[in-house]
Design a protein around this ligand. Structure first.
Ligand SMILES: NC(=O)C1=CN([C@@H]2O[C@H](COP(=O)(O)OP(=O)(O)OC[C@H]3O[C@@H](n4cnc5c(N)ncnc54)[C@H](OP(=O)(O)O)[C@@H]3O)[C@@H](O)[C@H]2O)C=CC1
Ligand SMILES: CC(=O)[C@@H](O)[C@H](O)COP(=O)(O)O
Ligand SMILES: [Mn+2]
Length: 393
């Protein structure tokens, strides 16, 4: 039986948050802070944000705080001087943080950089709340194999996958006709290609419904986010690629749906606040209260749905084709996308170049079988090198 969060059962769940200074990390700690009798923090990690990490580590009395960027080590050491908090920096320290024996780990580092630490948590059989979708996109088969081998529990945090998880009948998957991922369409859903040509990073990170980190916000704007989520859903749930549909639903109220052979459609709804899906994984298998606003459907009045437009949003097609191709194609897609999004955020390329660079990189690199993690890391590195070569060309 898992740790109980019901009053009087008095069992504390220890938690580590990888990527604690980000949007998901801060929302996770916001919930943890609301239940001081139920949760204790073990490890917290960031990339470079020393001041936020140190403040969190002190506030939650963490056992360990780690920055991925080694040049930030001294600053973190100084910020935590006089405390008992162990300080670390670099990849090895990140893995050490993930390996501390917490019951529950939030995997919320952005990008493929989260793969190694997430695997460390999986390999010790922890309950892993997975926000870091890129690690499933670049190494889904290998990650899921390790989950089974190490008897880890993987709980989807991504709002769509968390929704599906809540309504998916794992006892009879053959009775599922298809699953439908909802997409907001992002900030540019009404724009023409000509208009999208000129959008700025600031416009792209202004998501209409969700408050998220810069990278995923740009992914939502290109709709690559939904492409990554298609691949994520394929690995998380026992459904084939052709049974995963995408529909644009601009209000982000229905977070996703599962359709059954008898015509029933089960959906999870809620106001767009990540504390709802995070709480579902934090308290799992129970539920806890969150400050997310209760839905007021009468006030909302209407819910809209559209077919996605593959011409203005080519990323969707690229991701589906990469999943169909299999092997290393999704790894290449993910790495090239990370490089292109970063270049866009730095003002080096235009918005429409993001998908073009991903397409060109996939065109140059053929797909190979992903036999082991080493191959994933090599393909990831090569795709980053090749896609970086397209920037400015
Ligand atoms: N935000 C959301 O609502 C949702 C996010 N997700 C997914 O969750 C993940 C996190 O997203 P989000 O919280 O928005 O991202 P943020 O950019 O807000 O936060 C990312 C976190 O990862 C850390 N980080 C960044 N780069 C590295 C690195 N190279 N090595 C180690 N740590 C690093 C950051 O540290 P620092 O602060 O020092 O830079 C920060 O703590 C992504 O995979 C995203 O797709 C999924 C669904 C919803
Ligand atoms: C909150 C969350 O899960 C994001 O992935 C969100 O879904 C992004 O919105 P889009 O539907 O615009 O991609
Ligand atoms: Mn999502």
């Amino acid at each position: 039986m898992e740790a109980s969060l019901l009053p009087n059962k008095n069992k504390i769940r220890t938690v580590s948050v990888l990527g604690s200074t980000g949007s998901i990390g801060c929302n996770t700690l916001d919930l943890v802070a609301r239940y001081p009798d139920h949760y204790r923090v073990m490890a917290l990690t960031a990339n470079r944000n020393v001041s936020e990490l140190a403040e969190q580590a002190i506030r939650f009395n963490a056992k360990m705080a780690v920055v991925a960027d080694e040049s930030c080590y001294q600053a973190l050491k100084e910020a935590l001087a006089g405390t008992n908090i162990k300080v670390g920096a670099g990849r090895e320290a990140l893995i050490e943080a993930a390996s501390l024996p917490s019951d529950w780990v939030m995997a919320s580092i952005v990008g493929a950089a989260g793969l190694d630490p997430t695997l460390s948590a999986i390999r010790r059989g922890a309950i892993v709340a997975l926000a870091n979708k890129e690690c499933l996109v670049c190494a889904g088969d290998l990650v899921m194999k390790e989950v089974v081998e190490h008897n880890a529990t993987l709980l989807p945090v991504d709002s769509e996958h968390n929704a599906i998880f809540q309504v998916f009948d794992f006892e009879q998957p053959e009775k599922i006709s298809h699953v439908t991922l909802t997409a907001s369409g992002g900030p540019f859903y009404q724009m023409s290609v000509e208009e999208m040509e000129k959008v700025t990073p600031q416009q792209a990170v202004s998501h209409p419904n969700w408050d998220m980190g810069a990278k995923i916000s740009v992914d939502s704007a290109t709709m690559m986010n939904k492409g990554l989520e298609l691949i994520e859903a394929y690995h998380l749930f026992p459904v084939s690629e052709d049974k995963i549909e995408i529909i644009v639903h601009p209000q982000s109220v229905i977070h996703s749906m599962v359709s059954y052979v008898d015509g029933s459609v089960l959906a999870q709804l809620g106001s767009p606040d990540m504390r709802t899906p995070i709480s579902y994984t934090l308290a799992w298998p129970e539920r806890i209260g969150t400050p997310a606003k209760q839905l007021d459907l009468a006030r909302l009045g209407r819910l809209d749905f559209f077919e996605p437009d593959p011409v203005r949003f080519p990323a969707l097609k690229l991701a589906r084709e990469a999943l169909q191709t299999g092997g290393s194609a999704p790894t290449i897609l993910n790495a090239a996308n990370e490089i292109a999004v970063h270049a866009f955020l730095e003002g080096k390329i235009g918005f429409l170049e993001i998908s073009r660079i991903v397409e060109k990189t996939l065109g140059v690199m053929g797909s190979v079988e992903l036999k082991c993690l080493q191959t994933v890391l090599e393909i990831d590195r090569e795709a980053r090198r090749i896609s970086a070569g397209f920037i400015g060309n």
